[in-house]
Design a protein around this ligand. Sequence first.
Ligand SMILES: Cc1ncc(COP(=O)(O)O)c(C=O)c1O
Length: 364
Amino acid sequence: MLANELSTPVLTVDLDVLERNLERVAETCRKQGVSLRPHTKTHKTVEVARRQLALGAVGLTVAKVGEAEVFAAAGFDDILVAYPIMGQEKHRRLATLARARRILIAIDSEAAAHELSRAASAQGGTLGVLVEFDAGGKRCGLEPGPQVVALAKTIAKLPGLKFRGLMSYFGNVWGTPEERRAEAEQVAQRVDRALAAFRAESMPVEIVSGGSTPSLEFAHLISGLTEIRPGTYVYNDLNTYHQGACRLEDCAVRVVATVVSTAVPGRAILDSGSKTLTSDVMSAGPKTGYGYIVEAPDAPIVKLNEEHGLVDTTSSKHRFHVGEVVTIIPNHVCVAVNMHDEIVTLRKGEAVGCWKIAARGKIR
Ligand SMILES: Cc1ncc(COP(=O)(O)O)c(C=O)c1O
């Protein structure tokens, strides 16, 4: 069956593009001398994670305990929860996982350390812990310096925990290639400051985990990094494209949609609204609406209702007609994927399979 014969709206992935993206980033990491621990938040899919490991990834990254459970049940080991999880029920589940798998968690507070220690020791297991520091994005993480070392020392003394190193997210590396390089140089200074504080105390740091997709080509500028955690690179999206971090033809995922109405002059209505594409607006480049219609790039999706995508056709050369099938590159692919139960795999435009998005909706 061809992609345009599928029942719409449907999420699709071009396997040739996916494989090229996976290989390119595996090679970029090898060349820069850093390990790859990809963030699974983008694909949430066991079949993609298997391909990442086959190409040399050292482990996986997740944000939620529920995601870790999905990948652990599928047989994956060495999973980093790159999120300061709080709550006794979730800590209990993490401690349970840690009895069968190597689990790492990144935290930035004494409160989390004490709770995790109680949960892990109650089950007789050990959780690996990274201390999160702020690389400049001002989201989570301690200011690089003595406070990071102080938390590491607390963790090292607590039963059920093992201090393994540092973690930071480079979300501030964003924008044009020049802006991203300049920001990566700033990040390098903050990583250096964090590591200097450990050197001053002669305290070894085994893992230094950083990265993101827009920063991945600059990993070599950041000395001391042992691994990076890009997620978006597997599929890419309009935000990645508008930062010059991928080409349009590197965007592997498309939403296939049908035109369901052209009754209102100047409008074409798609069967894909906010419950399919998400309401995420662009956070890089021009404000181009809610996705890129490959067949009609001059026709922006200007508004979304839950099940309607409203396309402005007034300046488009394309003649939309009811029943026509179009393909859309999402603004932000990670959240779009999380809207769907499955993703249809394509080879040369032909549907060849379907993967369950097994960790979708795992928000706890
Ligand atoms: C902690 C953490 N690590 C890694 C990533 C992956 O970044 P990207 O989506 O740019 O690949 C994210 C993205 O949100 C993140 O929050």
